[in-house]
Design a protein around this ligand. Structure first.
Ligand code: HEM
Length: 403
């Protein structure tokens, strides 16, 4: 009988065999413990993401526990009822999205390329040493998007550590039941961050060419200051764990497939390989939607108010769309993967994430003659199945280090 239990150690270690079984037996499956429909086939996941009218993003639509949890997280994030880009629908979503899209210009991405390249080299200079293993996740991949956040919010160099601490403290509130002491801390972080970002937006401090100041200047529907600041925080944080684990999971895939590493070294363009890393082991494994009306998927009737999880990691290995889907192939043209979403909520930071990942892999392959995991290491994967993270990616250094 079909079932979905992402808490099982075997699932946490490698979810793909269980997902293949579920896709074959029950591609549209109601999981009682999650009170959610788990959808694992590509065609149905795509249909969900492209039909925002039926499958909405605002968790207020949900009558189930997932929606309740997201609403709870939203409340504890201390940004009140301010609409959030990832959890809103038309027409609110269009206003927020338009503002970010106007700021993410090709010129901004080009500028980011230079900044990211410099950060990548600086991080490797600081952390990659011949006398100890190199944790490619915690000492590299996780630090890169954090540096980018500081730049995005326009913080002056001297203020970046503080700004990041505030943003992290605010984000942590999503994961924990807040004790009164932590709530006070989080409120202080929120006030500090909102105050700082407000000064940047008004041009009183910071970088006038940052993403935040570009959004503040964007033409079109004006946002309230609260909306602008919540949007800045969401944009900054959405690219954090995701980008870190794209790089971390990609390093793991290369370490497990040395012949693919050799092919990548010979490739001129890394973008196809980065798309394959996203397809093969996506950082965000599933995308939540909430039904505004009853609908039918593969003959299963889904009622109004239901939570639907488009399991994009499973869809990306659907053999009906991706031949030999369990093979990691750096030359595969698998851009149809759903790891960055699809439709109106398609990841707005995708070009930036790709710039970061490409720069990270180029530099890593330039400095190490071979990507090899420390032998017999057990990866400390956490229990959060929606975010696929290895916990650590310790690589051998020593004689593998160039120069
Ligand atoms: C590998 C890295 C990344 C992955 C895997 C990823 C994944 C995703 C996915 C799956 C969605 C769609 C969510 C949905 O449909 O509900 C999304 C949306 C979004 N992403 Fe990313 N993301 C990444 C990097 C980034 C970066 C670097 C940024 C910002 C600089 C960013 C900002 C956003 C924002 C603001 C949204 C919401 C867009 C909307 O609701 O209209 N992401 N991302």
């Amino acid at each position: 009988m079909a079932y979905f239990n992402p808490m099982r150690p075997s699932y946490i270690a490698d979810p793909y065999p269980a997902l293949a079984r579920l896709r074959a037996e029950a591609p549209v499956f109601f999981s009682e413990p999650h009170e959610a429909w788990i959808v694992t086939s590509y065609t149905e996941c795509l249909a969900i993401l492209q039909d925002q009218g039926t499958f909405a993003s605002d968790p207020e639509r949900s009558t189930g526990r997932v929606g309740e949890r997201i609403r709870g997280q939203r409340a504890s994030q201390l940004l009140g009822d301010t609409p959030r880009i990832g959890q809103s629908d038309a027409p609110i979503h269009g206003r927020l999205r338009g503002t970010v899209a106007a700021a993410f210009t090709p010129r901004y991405i080009e500028g980011a390329r230079a900044f990211v390249g410099g950060e990548v080299e600086a991080l490797l200079d600081a952390h990659l040493r011949s006398d100890e293993p190199f944790d490619a996740l915690n000492d590299f991949a996780a630090l890169l998007p954090r540096a980018v956040i500081g730049e995005q919010v326009g913080a002056l160099e001297a203020d970046r550590v503080q700004v990041l601490e505030w943003a992290m403290a605010l984000m942590q509130t999503a994961h924990a039941d807040l004790t009164p002491a932590r709530r006070t801390e989080a409120e202080a972080a929120r006030d500090g961050l909102l105050g700082y970002l407000g000064r940047v937006a008004r041009g009183e401090t910071g970088d006038p060419d940052s993403l935040l100041t570009r959004m503040a200047r964007a033409e079109g529907d004006r946002l309230t200051t609260e909306e602008l600041l919540a949007l800045t925080i969401d944009v900054a944080l959405a690219g954090n764990d995701t980008t870190a684990n794209l790089i971390g999971n990609g390093v793991l895939a290369l370490a497990a497939n040395p012949e693919e590493e050799t092919r990548l070294r010979a490739a001129e363009d890394y973008s196809t390989a980065v798309d394959e890393m996203l397809r093969y082991d996506p950082p965000q494994q599933a995308i939540a939607r909430f039904t505004t009306r009853a609908s039918t998927l593969r003959g299963r009737r889904i009622p109004t108010g239901a939570t639907v999880l488009a399991h994009v990691a499973a869809a990306n290995r659907d053999p009906a769309v991706f031949p030999d889907p369990d093979r990691f192939d750096v030359a595969r043209h698998g851009e149809r993967h759903l790891s960055l979403g699809m439709g109106v909520h398609y990841c707005v930071g995708a070009p930036l994430a790709k710039v970061e990942a490409e720069a990270a892999f180029r530099a890593l392959l330039a400095r190490l003659t071979s990507i090899r995991l420390v032998p017999r290491v057990v990866l400390p994967r956490g229990p959060d199945w929606m975010l696929r993270s290895a916990g650590a990616v310790p690589l051998q250094t020593g004689e593998l280090l160039r120069g």
